[in-house]
Every structure is written in C-alpha cells, then in structure tokens.
Design a protein around this ligand. Sequence first.
Ligand code: ZN
Length: 406
Amino acid sequence: MLKFTIKTEDKHSKARLGEITTFNGKITTPCFVPVATYGAVRTLDPEELKEIRVEAVLANTYHLFERPGADLVKECGGIHKFMNWNGPMLTDSGGFQVFSLGKGIEHGVGKIGFFPGLSVSKIKRISDNKNRFGNVKVAEEGVTFRSYLNGKVYEFTPEFSIKIQEKLGADLIFAFDECTSPLDSYNYTKLSMERTHRWAKRCIEAKTREDQGLFGIIQGGRYKRLRIKSTKFISSLPFFGIGIGGALGRTKREMRNVLLWVSENIDRNKPAHLLGIGQPEDVLLGVEYGMDLFDCVFPTRLARHGVILTKNGKVNLLNSKYKRDFSNLAEHCKCKVCKRFSKAYLHHLFKSKEILAHRLATYHNLYFMVEFINEIREAIKLGRFLEYKRDFLRNYKTRSPKYDSF
Ligand SMILES: [Zn+2]
C-alpha cells in the first residue's frame, strides 16, 4: 500500500520526519535520492548502494525512453528488475530534460540560476515570451523536440509521459511539466504555469496503475503570486505527493523566498520533493521549509570530477597539495573508502585517469550524503534541527553566501 506518514514535527521550523511506504519498501524522510539516469548510479553496483544505506534512486524517463526504450524495460518486468534494485524507485517526467535541451542551452543556465556579475538589464534582454527555444517547441498538446542522440523528432505529451513511466514501473512518478528558466519573464512563467496546471489534470486522468504514487509539480518560477497560485492549485488535486519544480530563483535569497511561499500554502499531509536539489546547504534550507525528498546528480558528478564532500566543505583531490598527503580521504568519515585509502592515492588515481578513482569518490560522496541526512533526522527527532543546521554551516565552507546572513 502507498502511504505517507508524518512521525515527528519540529517545533521551531517546518522540518519533519516521516515515512513513505511503497510496494518496494519504505523511504524514511527527509531523504536524499541519488540519480540513476540510465538505470545505474554511475560507477556503483546496487549492492554497494544498499551497503551505503541508500533508500531510493531516481531514474530519468527521457533517457530510458531513448535508450533502451520503455518497452524493453517493461518486457524485462520493469525497471527494478532490469537494474536489479529491490528498493523504492522514482522516475521524473522527462520535462526537465526537455527544458535542458532547449532553454537551458539557449539561456546558458541550469535549474537554479545563480549569476554572479550578470546585470539585471542583461537578464531582461535574454528573457523571452516565445514558445519555441533551441530544438524545443512547446504547445498546448505537449512538447516537440529533436533528440540529441539520433536527431529524431519526438513529441512528449502528459499522457505519453505517464504511459512511459507506467511501463518503466517506478514506485513514485511525476506529472509532466514545463520547467521554466530563471531568466523567463513573469508573463511567460505565468502562461507556462497555467499550461502545466492543465497538464497536471491530464496526467491524473491518464494514470492507470494503482501501485504508483503520482507527484504533481508546482511551477511559478521566482514570482510570489505565481508560486502561491501554483502551490494552492497543485495541492488541491488528488496527487500522492507534490514536487517543487522549475527555476527556484536567481540567488539563494530568492530560493529561500520560493520555499517560504510554497511551505505556507502546500498541503502538508503529502510528501514534498524539492526537485534537482542536493547541495548540503540547500538540503538544510529545504528541510527547514518542510521538504521531504531531494534528488540531485551533484554528489556523484562532483565525485567523478575529483571533488569529495567533507564536513568542512568540498575537497578537490586534483589539487597538487594532496600529492603527498597520506592522511585518510576524509577525516571522521567511517566509509570503507576513507578507512582504507589516502588522499595521495586518490590524487594519483585521478591524475592517472583510473576508473577506480571515480568509483571510490562516488562511494564516499554518497556515504557522506546518507550520513548527513541521518544526522538531520536525528536532530529533528531531538528537536534541535536549527542548531544542527547552524553548526553544520559553521564548518561547511561554500563559496556561496551562508543563508544565515539573510
Ligand atoms: Zn568516506
């Protein structure tokens, strides 16, 4: 049976502890969900994910649709069986990939836009009201775009996205939405949000499987009126859970505002998933505002670039100062990589482009995220989440400004 139970609520913030029950096991929330784009968390075996105590993984619908195809996955018995992962799974709707193919490339931005040095006038200039950008055309029916893999033109509609996700068979699935860019104007964001709302209803109607929990997605960009409207609308529909999507603002301050508006208007009885967010400082902010699930390529992608996460911040192992540093990989980390290998050894493996470097760093970074989330859960349980957040941020060095200064 699919259900979400809230176990403990923090008195000083909107943080809470909960549990999502799926047909393939439970997810304790808050939870960080690693991304398995093509049905694999890059470089790791599902057995290792279990060893790290990863509870759930998220695969990308668009990628699996292109390769190997949803029918093939269905023929095998679904995505769990195909990749031999017996825990809860999530699939996104494909909307974000469509965004990345089009506007993400054209605007040169990611999901959250932080643009140091980019003037407001420039932002205005590149903002637009078009329904066509790059290889992607958005219409009421759905989105047409050209594949970067084979040049074929595809059309993704809300019904099609649900159909593919039903064939893939993840436990938690997402409604098809248009992910707007942080550079989109108010008018475009409004038009797109209203269309996403109509798509949300179509996704509910298209869904046939009872064993999958469908998440609706809140849009509205960085605009207060739109975010509140979208939050109320998506909360009013019979979704199992709610995703917070789209551009979360151009700065961390704007992101905090978006979370505040959402948290004050969302249906708190449903699990909330902050889509595409995974930096520790952002996860803390999300938890503070009642977010339950997070997914992001950040820890695994960083690992492949030679950067490991520690309580003091990120460590770039490629830096020559680690050439003769025979100390353990990360101080205080109890993972099997840190117990057995030194910074100097990983520095050498990265320099020599050994695949083992990617595996070891990925293992450690995911272990770090799991431990981090466990500490957050423990802090909520003890009623000291905000103190934990403050202490963590005091040690964790980031280049972006600390939230507490706002
Ligand atoms: Zn470690």
